[in-house]
Ligand binder design. Structure first.
Ligand SMILES: *Cc1c(COP(=O)(O)O)cnc(C)c1O
Length: 360
């Protein structure tokens, strides 16, 4: 596929885009090159107009605060092609607001919500032919990030920031179907402290947890389930996703904790669970409650829901799925959310944001 001859995306009407020549249904959840990313610089008290670029690298000062003191935060959301052929993003205003909270918590310059939305529209439109076709199960993953780029040797916030959005087409998360995974309760490693930065989406939280995840994988588990760092008694969340359980009488229960990242998927599932009569509740959940649940799942943008087949805690293992299939209510929650995202069910709550094609 030749990209050279294509006109600049912002001078081009793309109502009838030709799709990129990719094997959509077999894409993995990894980085695939697209045509453009977008980047904005904050300098002398203002964000610039931003630029779409084909350059996949960022020139950085060797003393940039993102390199030394972890001034970095990010977001993750997806764009889909709907049944009607529209390109939509799922609750992007929520990601914009969360990115502001993340920036503020680690003293970075926040990206105003209108700038976030405009940047997302520009970069999706510039890569519109990478939005996977409806029905393939694939999507365009959108990854915004903010980094401190100004040099600082003493521990101080940077005086310059960069806001970048890259996009990459990703395949269906469950290639082999909606299959339950095995979790293990983590007792040796804390992801985040109660008064730390666990409630914002900063890269440092992932650095803190990566050794726990890799050790769990070596032992044959898919992910860890973290406990609260203070008492080691209550459930927090999984590595990159929130956790929920379904009680024997069908109630949706998800942990409340100051060190959990508030998931937009979980927030949406709480609404759908209410609709389904599941009496959803967000409260501290003692680790022993895992032995009482009928179903369990992890939730986040990447997979929407990952059904949990078993959880191992010390020398005990609770099995939710004996036949390799997800629970009934977990499956229904998943199907309801996916249907809204793809335009197959009415968007009652205004969650689906249409990205209009660029004007001529
Ligand atoms: C991003 C993230 C989630 C999922 O949030 P969504 O908004 O649903 O994608 C959950 N936990 C952690 C730690 C995260 O970073």
């Amino acid at each position: 596929m030749s990209v050279r001859t294509r006109p600049h995306p912002e001078q081009q009407a793309e109502n009838n885009v030709t799709k990129a020549d990719l094997d959509w249904a077999n894409l993995d959840f990894g980085y695939h090159q697209t045509d453009y990313n977008i980047r904005y610089t904050w300098r002398n008290g203002a964000w610039d107009a931003g630029v779409l670029t084909r350059d996949e690298s960022i020139p950085l000062h060797i003393a940039a605060t993102c390199l030394h003191y972890g001034q970095e935060c990010f977001e993750g959301l997806k764009a889909f092609e709907t049944r009607r052929g529209d390109v939509v993003a799922f609750r992007p205003d929520e990601n914009a607001k969360r990115l502001i909270r993340s920036c503020k918590k680690i003293l970075m310059e926040p990206v105003p919500e209108p700038l976030f939305m405009a940047a997302m529209e520009r970069v999706v439109n510039a890569n519109r032919h990478y939005v996977p076709p409806y029905g393939t199960g694939a999507s365009l993953y959108i990854r915004p990030l903010v980094i401190g780029t100004g040099p600082q040797v003493g521990v101080k916030p940077a005086t310059e920031y960069m806001f970048v959005i890259l996009v990459t087409p990703v395949g269906p998360y469950f290639k082999t179907g909606f299959k339950p995974v095995d979790l293990v309760v983590e007792e040796e490693v804390d992801r985040a402290a109660p008064l730390g930065v666990g409630d914002v989406k900063v890269g440092g939280n992932y650095a803190a947890g990566i050794r726990a995840t890799m050790a769990a994988k070596q032992r044959g588990f898919t992910e860890v389930l973290y406990l609260d760092a203070r008492e080691k008694k209550y459930l927090d969340e999984s590595g990159p996703a929130n956790f929920f359980g379904v009680t024997q009488d069908g109630q949706y229960v998800t942990p409340a904790s100051p060190s959990i990242l508030p998931s937009i998927t979980n927030k949406s599932l709480l609404t759908l669970a209410e609709e389904m009569g599941m009496r959803p509740v967000q409260r501290p959940v003692a680790v022993d409650e895992i032995f009482e649940f009928a179903e369990a799942g992890c939730c986040g943008t990447a997979a929407v829901i990952t059904p949990v087949g078993s959880i191992t805690f010390r020398d005990r293992k609770v099995v939710y799925s004996k036949d390799g299939r997800a629970g009934r209510l977990t499956t229904e929650l998943y199907q309801r959310l996916r249907a809204i995202q793809l335009g197959d069910a009415p968007d009652k709550y205004g969650w689906v944001y249409k990205i209009p094609p660029p004007k001529e």
